[in-house]
Design a protein. Structure first.
Length: 91
């Protein structure tokens, strides 16, 4: 883990009748890394949840716990899957 922030911008497109892509807008996901290993995910300035690495001494593979602001939680094999869970719970 590292301290600091990561900013990702997502662009949204739609397919028009003529088959061309039309840009519909963009949104920003800000990930803040806390010194204690907790990542805070904020989408367009609104916190949508938290993710941290779960440490199991008997397993070599990493797992992640995600907790959405609505209180729902889940365990995932990747940060990307945990992030998708947070988006699903937020919208």
């Amino acid at each position: 883990m590292h301290d600091g922030n990561t900013k990702q911008t997502f662009n949204f497109y739609r397919i028009e009748a003529n088959g061309k892509l039309a840009h519909m807008g963009s949104a920003t996901l800000l990930i803040t890394f806390d010194p204690d290993g907790i990542m805070t995910f904020a989408y367009n300035g609104r916190t949508i949840g938290w993710v941290n690495e779960i440490k199991y001494p008997e397993h070599d593979q990493k797992r992640y716990r995600a907790v959405a602001v609505n209180g729902h939680s889940g365990h995932f094999w990747s940060i990307d899957t945990a992030r998708e869970f947070l988006f699903t719970e937020a919208f």
